[in-house]
Write a protein that binds this ligand. Structure first.
Ligand code: ATP
Length: 760
C-alpha cells in the first residue's frame, strides 16, 4: 500500500460495507472462515501476505464485521511516515511539543477511537517506537507527544506486513514481545499463484467494473490462469483496468489479450529494492557484507580467476587480493569469540551467546572460508548457535534447523555431536509433520549410531523411529523398534537417558501404550498407562521429562476415556509447560484440557479450547504434529454441540491434511467422525461410504481401535435402515479376536450394541 502516505479516515462502514472478497478456492475459504471467527473479538490481529494479496481488503472486512463497525476505519502506513514524525502521527501532540507544533493535534490512535486502527507495513515501525505501541496493547493507554496525561484507546488494532516478521524478531529488528502481542490471531493470505482457481472469478469481477464491461473468452481466461502474478491481485486488477480503457473491443480473446501481457512491464529490480536486500545481509557491518558479497559473487562467476573477477568489478587485481587477505585476520578473533560463546552456552546464557556467535559468523564471511581450521571452528559456531536459538525460540525455530544442517553439511565434528544435531533436525521435522523426511532422518540416525558404536545415540535413534512410525500408522513396526533397543515393557525403576538428556524409558512407555492400544492390546496399553502414572508419582524428573511423561499419561487416559485423569494430567502438562516455556507441550496440554471440558458437558467450550491450543500454541511455533488427533476431537466436540456443518469441515480438513502428510495415526477415527457429521446432516449415502472407507483403512493399518469404532457406527446405520442382521454380522466380525479384558469404552459400546441387537 505504498499508495498512501498519512492516515486516511473512513467515517463509517456498516457490515453491508464489507468489501468483496472474490474467490472460492479452499485457501480463500479458510481465510474467510478465520475472518468470520476473529472479526467479532476485540483482540489485535496480524495479517501477513505478499504485496497486493488483499491485506487491506481483509482488514476492512474484519472491521465491517466487527463490533467496531460503527466507528471509523483509520488506515495508517507505518512505512510512509518520516521516522521523526511517526510518534506524533500515531499518538498526536500537544501545543508546543516541538518546533512547529503550534496547536494540539490528535493522532491516529485518537481518530480511531471506538473503531479500527489499521497499522499497515508494521514491519517498518521504527524500533524506538515499538515499546510505545506495546504499551498501548498492554494497557490501552497512550500519551500524545509533550503531554503528561495518558489517553485511553478504545478501538481495535489490526496490523499487516509483507515482511517476514519472525525473521525480523530473530535478527532483533522487531521486538518479540510486540510480535506476540500483535499476533494473537494471524491471518496469512495466499498469493494469487496459490489460488489460481480464483483467477476467472476475479477477472469477471474486475471486468464488470469497467466503464464498458468486458467479457473474456475461455482461452483468454486460461492464459491468465497460467501467467506469473508477482504483484498478485493488484497486478491482475491493473491489467483488467488497462484492457478496459485501451482494448479495441470489449470481447477479450487471445489476440486482444496477448499484446497486453507482452507489454506488461518486466519485473525489474529497482535500486531501492537492491539496497533493501543488501541491508538484510547478516552481520552488523552491511557495507563490508555487501563488498564481500560482490567479490565472492564475481569470483564465483569467473571460476575463481581473480583477474577476471577484478575486471567484472571494475577494480585492479591488487584490490581483490588485498581484500581477500584482510579476511584472514578475523580467524583469531573468531577463535576468541567462540571461546566466549562456549562459556555463555555452558551457563545457559543463550541470548548473549547468540549475539556472540552471530559476530563469529560475520567474521567467517570475512575469511576465505576454505581452510580446515576455519571449517572446524564453523562447525562449532553453527552447532552452538543452533542450540542457543533452539533454547530461546523453541524446537521448531527454522534458523536453528538451518544452523544444524549447515554444521552437518560441513562434514566435520565429533560423532556424538553430529548425532545430537541429527536428533535436533529429526525432532523439528516430526513436529512440523514432515513425516517422510523424519523417517529418513531417524533411519540415518540409526545408521550413524551403529557405524560409530554410539550406545546412547542408538536409543535416541530407535525411539525417534518408533515415534515417527507411530504417526505414519505403523504401530507394529513401532513396537518392534522399541524391542530392538530393549525399551519394551519398561518397569517402575528403569532409567534410560538418551544422548539428548531425554528420558527414553518414559517416552518408550508412552509409545508402547499408544501403539498397543491401536493394535487392540488393551491390557498392554493399560499397563503402560499405569506405569507412567506410578513413575510420575514416585520418580523425580527434570521438567522437560516430566512434561513428556505427563503427555503420555494424559494421552493414554484420553484413549481409555478416563475423564478425570485426562483433565488432571492435561492441565498439569499445560501449567508446567507454561512455566518452563515449552510452548508446544503447553498446547498439547490445552488440547487434553479441552477434551475434558467436552466430557464435562461443555462441547462448545471444548472445541474453542482445543482449537486455540492447537492454532495458537502448536501452529504458532510452526508445529503441525497432533493435527489428526485434534481434528478428530474438535469434530467430536462440534458434533456434540450440534454444529454438524462445522464438524464436517473440521473432519474434512483433518482427513485432507492426514492424506497429504501421511499422518495415519488417527485417520480411521477421523473418517468415522466425518461419517457421523454427514449423517447428522442427512447425507446418509456419503456417510455409509465413509464408514466402509474407515473400516478398510483401519483394517489396512491394523488398527483394532478404529476398526471397532467404524464397525459400531456402521452396524448402527445398518440397523436403522432395516438391515440389522447384516450389522450384527459385521460387528461380530470386527470384534473377533479382540481381547475384552481391560477393553476401553469404545469396545463396551460395541458390545452394548450387539446385546441390544440380540434382544431384538
Ligand atoms: N479477494 C479479493 N477480491 C477482490 N478484489 C481483491 C481481493 N483481494 C484484493 N483485492 C483487490 O486487490 C487490490 C490489492 O488489495 P490490497 O490493497 O488489499 O492488497 P495489500 O495486500 O494490502 O497490498 P500492499 O501490501 O501492496 O499494500 C485492491 O484493489 C483490492 O481491492
Amino acid at each position: 500500500m505504498g499508495k498512501r502516505t498519512l492516515a486516511r479516515l473512513t467515517p463509517q462502514a456498516a457490515p453491508e460495507g464489507a468489501p468483496d472478497m472474490v474467490g472460492s478456492s479452499s485457501a480463500l475459504q479458510r481465510v474467510r472462515s478465520l475472518i468470520d471467527k476473529i472479526a467479532p473479538t476485540d483482540r489485535p490481529l496480524l495479517i501477513l501476505g505478499e504485496t497486493g494479496t488483499g491485506k487491506e481488503v481483509v482488514a476492512r472486512r474484519i472491521h465491517a464485521l466487527s463490533g467496531y463497525a460503527e466507528g471509523p476505519f483509520v488506515d495508517v502506513n507505518c512505512g510512509a511516515i518520516p521516522e521523526s514524525l511517526v510518534e506524533s502521527e500515531l499518538f498526536g501532540h500537544v501545543k508546543g511539543a516541538f518546533t512547529g507544533a503550534s496547536a494540539y493535534r490528535p493522532g491516529t490512535f485518537s481518530q480511531a477511537t471506538k473503531g479500527t486502527l489499521f497499522l499497515d507495513e508494521i514491519g517498518e515501525l521504527p524500533v524506538a517506537l515499538q515499546p510505545k505501541l506495546l504499551r498501548v496493547l498492554e494497557t490501552r493507554l497512550f500519551r500524545p507527544v509533550g503531554s503528561a496525561e495518558p489517553l485511553h484507546f478504545e478501538g481495535r488494532i489490526i496490523a499487516a506486513t509483507h515482511r517476514d516478521l519472525r525473521a525480523m524478531v530473530a535478527e532483533g529488528s522487531f521486538r518479540e514481545d510486540l510480535y506476540y502481542r500483535l499476533a494473537v490471531f494471524t491471518v496469512e493470505l495466499p498469493t494469487l499463484e496459490q489460488r489460481r482457481g480464483d483467477i476467472p472469478d476475479l477477472v469477471r469481477h474486475f471486468a464488470l467494473r469497467q466503464p464498458r464491461p468486458l467479457s473474456f473468452s475461455p482461452a483468454a481466461l486460461s492464459l491468465l490462469r497460467q501467467q506469473p502474478w508477482p504483484g498478485n491481485i493488484r497486478q491482475l486488477r491493473n491489467l483488467i483496468d488497462q484492457l478496459g480503457v485501451l482494448a479495441e473491443t470489449p470481447e477479450i480473446g487471445l489476440a486482444v489479450l496477448e499484446p497486453f501481457l507482452a507489454h506488461a512491464p518486466e519485473p525489474r529490480l529497482r535500486e531501492d529494492e537492491i539496497a533493501e536486500a543488501l541491508l538484510r545481509l547478516p552481520g552488523d557491518d552491511k557495507l563490508l557484507a555487501a563488498e564481500n558479497l560482490l567479490i565472492d559473487h564475481a569470483l564465483a562467476r569467473c571460476d575463481g580467476n581473480k583477474s577476471a573477477a577484478a575486471k567484472v568489478l571494475g577494480v585492479s587485481r591488487k584490490v581483490i587480493e588485498r581484500r581477500l587477505k584482510s579476511r584472514d585476520a578475523p580467524l583469531q578473533r573468531m577463535r576468541d569469540l567462540l571461546d566466549d560463546a562456549r562459556l555463555l552456552v555452558d551457563s545457559a546464557r543463550y541470548r548473549e551467546a547468540i549475539v556472540t556467535l552471530r559476530r563469529c559468523l560475520k567474521l567467517q564471511g570475512e575469511g576465505d572460508g576454505e581452510g580446515e581450521e576455519e571449517a572446524l571452528l564453523l562447525f562449532d559456531v553453527y552447532r552452538l548457535l543452533g542450540i542457543s536459538l533452539r533454547s530461546v525460540n523453541g524446537w521448531l525455530c527454522a534458523e536453528a534447523q538451518d544452523c544444524y544442517q549447515a554444521a552437518l553439511n560441513l562434514g566435520r565434528g565429533d560423532p556424538l555431536e553430529r548425532a545430537h544435531l541429527q536428533f535436533g533436525i529429526w525432532g523439528a521435522q516430526l513436529m512440523a509433520l514432515d513425516l517422510v523426511k523424519a523417517r529418513a532422518s531417524a533411519q540415518d540416525m540409526i545408521q550413524h549410531a551403529l557405524s560409530q558404536s554410539l550406545g546412547d545415540a542408538l536409543g535416541d535413534a530407535y525411539v525417534a523411529l518408533a515415534n515417527t512410525l507411530f504417526w505414519l500408522g505403523d504401530a507394529e513396526e513401532a513396537l518392534a523398534c522399541l524391542a530392538r533397543c530393549q525399551l519394551l515393557g519398561v518397569d517402575r525403576t528403569e532409567e534410560r537417558l538418551g544422548g539428548q538428556g531425554i528420558d527414553l524409558a518414559n517416552l518408550a512407555l508412552t509409545l508402547e501404550g499408544l501403539a498397543a492400544f491401536r493394535l487392540g492390546s488393551f491390557a498392554q496399553a493399560r499397563k503402560a498407562l499405569a506405569m507412567l502414572v506410578r513413575r510420575l508419582e514416585t520418580q523425580r524428573f527434570h521438567a522437560f521429562n516430566h512434561a513428556l511423561t505427563l503427555q503420555g499419561a494424559a494421552w493414554l487416559s484420553c484413549l481409555f476415556e478416563e475423564r478425570e485423569a485426562t483433565g488432571t494430567h492435561g492441565s498439569a502438562l499445560e501449567t508446567l509447560s507454561r512455566e518452563y516455556g515449552f510452548t508446544f507441550y503447553q498446547g498439547v496440554g490445552q488440547i487434553f484440557r479441552g477434551i475434558h471440558e467436552g466430557w464435562e458437558g461443555e462441547p462448545g467450550v471444548a472445541e474453542a479450547v482445543i482449537q486455540e491450543g492447537y492454532d495458537t500454541l502448536l501452529v504458532r511455533r510452526g508445529g503441525r504434529l497432533f493435527h489428526s488427533f485434534q481434528a478428530w476431537h474438535r469434530a467430536l466436540a462440534l458434533l456434540a454441540a450440534g454444529r454438524s456443518q462445522e464438524a464436517l469441515a473440521a473432519a474434512d480438513l483433518g482427513v485432507e491434511v492426514a492424506m497429504q502428510t501421511q499422518d495415519r495415526a488417527y485417520l480411521g477415527e477421523l473418517l468415522v467422525v466425518r461419517a457421523r457429521a454427514r449423517r447428522a446432516l442427512g447425507e446418509e449415502e456419503e456417510a455409509c461410504q465413509d464408514l466402509y472407507g474407515a473400516l478398510s483403512t483401519a483394517q489396512a493399518l491394523g488398527s483394532v481401535a478404529a476398526r471397532v469404532e467404524a464397525a459400531t457406527a456402521l452396524a448402527q446405520v445398518l440397523r436403522e435402515t432395516g438391515r440389522a442382521a447384516a450389522g450384527t454380522e459385521l460387528l461380530t466380525r470386527a470384534l473377533r479376536g479382540v481381547a475384552l479384558s481391560e477393553a476401553p469404552p469404545l469396545v463396551q459400546r460395541a458390545l452394548a450394541l450387539l446385546a441390544t441387537d440380540a434382544d431384538h
